[in-house]
Design a protein around this ligand. Sequence first.
Ligand code: LMR
Length: 424
Amino acid sequence: TADNVPRAAEDPLFGLMAAYKKDTFDKKVDLGIGAYRDDNAKPWVLPVVKKVGLVLLTAGVDVANSDIQADDLLRKDPDLNHEYLPIAGLAEFTTASQKLVLGADSPAVREKRVISIQTVSGTGAVHLGGAFLSKFLPQPTPAIYMSSPTWANHNQIFTNVRLPIKSYPYFSSETKMLDFEGMISTLSSAPKGSIILLHACAHNPTGVDPTQDQWMKIAEVVKAGSHFPFFDCAYQGFASGDLAKDAWAVRYFVEQGFELCVAQSYAKNFGLYGERAGAFHFVTAPGPDAQDTVSRIASQLAILQRSEISNPPAYGARIASMILNDENLFKEWERDLKTMSGRIIEMRKAFRDKLEEFQTPGTWNHITNQIGMFSFTGLTEKQVGILKEKWHIYMTKNGRISMAGLNTHNVAYVAESVSATVKE
Ligand code: LMR
């Protein structure tokens, strides 16, 4: 068997990260992976996470004989241990997560029409949803339509669960805006009952989101085709600093009575990248049978979860749960979200200003129009190569930059390098 295994290509994003780490140039810049960095290009542990994180780390520690400060222990739970979580995860976490994304006053939450399962971050949630749909959709399985382009991992995750993949136009490279007409026309002609993958906010990789009016039209078309909306929500609160605004599209679809699902990640908005905290929500349609549907779907999701990961990891979910369920910590978190989104918005302005100051050919207004973690610069693969080889600036081949990699110390250097490269 071993002889039959072909070699696969290295993951482009993690490969880029490794190449960056190896580079010894002192002015090197990492604009690759979508992970927040502070103004000194360092990972940022959110102050509110630091606070509760310290408390949780004391599980099983002999406190009296450790050098942990009394303040760190104020909210320590004496019953904390390292036992398994239930298959569906920590209940206070999934309940709070449901309210966070759907809204506490959501009709679906009120009518108890939502099944929520804790997952291995957003990736695990996308996978669990894909595995579930692949198993229970009618045969032949309808295709899942994803935006062109989309997060590279979407393609492999849905391929792994054997869902047929199709795409809808999303980004116009001419206008560097949404190709709304292309998107609507493809969704309108998709076979009835297709799955439509949508980015809830801060589209990865383009940073381009539909307006609220456009979302309404998308909902109309999705409804007319009896399609199933699948939201990937990885940037709530991180995109605009406003949790409700970033969840607007999901909440609107739920109000329209759709049966849908949501993959929710806490990597970016809590900075819990490596802790793999996230949730999958299946919202059933309103109606007299909703409760029965809820219990049938929950039972199947539990079997899938048990067979794949048994039960989810506890640490990150405990941190998120403590913050989501405490009014004061929640407020602190909202301030931290504003710190991150605010710094990124400032960097968008600074980067565009510098590019224009250096009279870089082309227009650069899209840098400030786009939102969230990424900007789709329009740089070509060749230019991306030059920026890496000559200027030690790392970004994905499609010209996507992680805005969080820019800071007050390197933004002029990056703009100058991009400008020189575009002029070459
Ligand atoms: C990204 O697109 O850079 C992030 O979402 C990280 C990842 O897992 O790909």
